[in-house]
Ligand binder design. Sequence first.
Ligand SMILES: Cc1ncc(C[n+]2csc(CCOP(=O)(O)OP(=O)(O)O)c2C)c(N)n1
Ligand SMILES: [Mg+2]
Length: 659
Amino acid sequence: MISPEEHNRMANAIRFLAMDAVEKANSGHPGLPMGMADVATVLFTKYLRFDPKAPHWPNRDRFVLSAGHGSMLLYSVLYLTGYEDMSIEDIKQFRQLGSKTAGHPEYGHASGIETTTGPLGQGLANGVGMAIAERKLNLEFGDLQDHHTYVMCGDGCLMEGISHEAIALAGHLKLNKLILFWDNNSITIDGAVSLSDSTDQIARFKAVHWNTIEVDGHDQDAIAAAIEEAHASDRPTLIACKTIIGFGAPNKQGTHKVHGSPLGADEIAATRKALNWESEPFVIPGDVLDLWRTAGKRSVSTRNDWEAGLASTEAAKKGEFTRRFEGKLPEGFDAAISDYKKKLAETRPTVATRKASEDALEIINGILPETLGGSADLTPSNNTKTSQMHSITPTDFAGRYVHWGIREHGMASAMNGITLHGGLIPYGGGFMIFSDYCRPPIRLAALMGIRVIHVLTHDSIGVGEDGPTHQPVEQMASLRAIPNLMMFRPADATETAECWQIALKTTNRPSGLALTRQNLTAARTEYSEENLCERGAYNLAGSADAQVTIFASGSEVEIAVAARTALEAKGISVRVVSVPCTELFFEQPDAYRTEILGNSPVKIAVEAAVRQGWDAFIGPDGAFVGMKSFGASGPAKDVYKHFGITPEAVVAAAEAKLA
Ligand SMILES: Cc1ncc(C[n+]2csc(CCOP(=O)(O)OP(=O)(O)O)c2C)c(N)n1
Ligand SMILES: [Mg+2]
């Protein structure tokens, strides 16, 4: 048992590590770690189930610091509880180039950092995804998956719109193992929260069916009692912790001055006095460190029991559990895609790629029990629900399909959480135009290097009648600009299957599949064992010495092919290069890129989107057939004609360049 005095000293250890590290770095955020130190101490010393010696233990409780600016709270606790890859040296290197202790917690830098946070609100929605994953896997694997997800957020996280998407869904799904600590300190950067917000947060959470508890965030017993009450709840729980930001700094606590600046030598000296802390910076008194290290060993026997449970689990189930958490695909996956491609080479379907995606998913979901599908209320449009997938409901998590509601931002962020949790591969659908609504989590998935798959249908002016608000023009370019994101734009059913295969096999990057609403003729007519999309761009037709090379992606490949036919009829030789993924293409060896780019005197790119990015294929002198403005409402064929994205336009561009 930890006495109240011991607790205070343990919490002060967090406070001093935070203020001293911020002081040394001369930048950072001491306010939150100092304010939430008591909550963190109660949680990590009494409730959180974790083992610093086995940080990836699949059944650990998850802890997410959604208010990522308070990173020093997390780093301190990881060091204090004995994570081997978080040393006092690492703490001293806070915010330095190449250190694990980056300004905001970055996934992969050190174990115990469950997700990258900093963009406020994301961690909360990640936590919802983690809780969904736990609930789903608990049903599938029983005791092997039975843990809580704890999130710590600030006023900022709750003000961000994404928080509402996340909590509304969590309340609806009754994610009762999700517990949110809100650092209710009434302060943000500009000053008092009341400058910009007067939300009754308790009423808000109640309205979306959360259990709510209000505590003094510096009262150890009250915090503990709240956590225990939360554990017994049949709904997710908000624990509103009334805290003093920068607790302990006598002249600055309770003000925005401690949010994000070093306290300064004088104030730190005053805080040392006020909290009766004699140690030098970065020195934790032996008795306090011992208490923390002992707390870090609390769950060792629970973990050992769990390991024994796994060892005695029946072989097939054990194998499946292990495979799933290693993120490996089952045997037979590639063979199934190959068989499917063989069939496509025979049937050569004329089909919209959104439908081709559904057909591919029908095969994929039959083999991969770990896929968790979903859509932001566009299931019939995104074609994301296959025969294997029945809907998850608040009372039935046996399904494999999440109705995310009209919540693109929350969906994408929760999908990140699902992947980070492990054991499942999430894919979610939305209109490509609304990728703008979920860009932050897509970017974070790319930054973290995690496998999350976005099914982005209605990918161009080919949307037609819904008009310019629904027709992506700049989205493809802007998504391609995100480093490490594989943006695919397949041209037919075969390419769609290949892009899905790449997206699923690539464990360290997210993918987006830009898919059409309108039907496309088959670009690929021969079976190829090789996944041609893997190289990002490849020769579809014509030879290297052609006078004209046309590069195209997705729905414009058929326009390029038709233009080729017309030009060849006029005696002009043409090569068509299909470009399903520019990101992968630019990663190919020089020789391959040189070969594909070729040296035709005339180079043309066709894409029903802005030119940005295509100059890398065609150069500044190349001709681009695509969009220069927003789209227009009308039947797709008419809209294409109106904007001059037709085989005739490509032919004209080629002839003009040749002349
Ligand atoms: C999406 C987003 N917008 C803005 C910021 C910049 N920012 C970082 S912390 C912060 C204020 C957050 O206030 P609160 O959550 O109450 O934190 P506290 O000051 O209490 O530590 C802001 C605006 C951010 N990190 N993410
Ligand atoms: Mg605050």
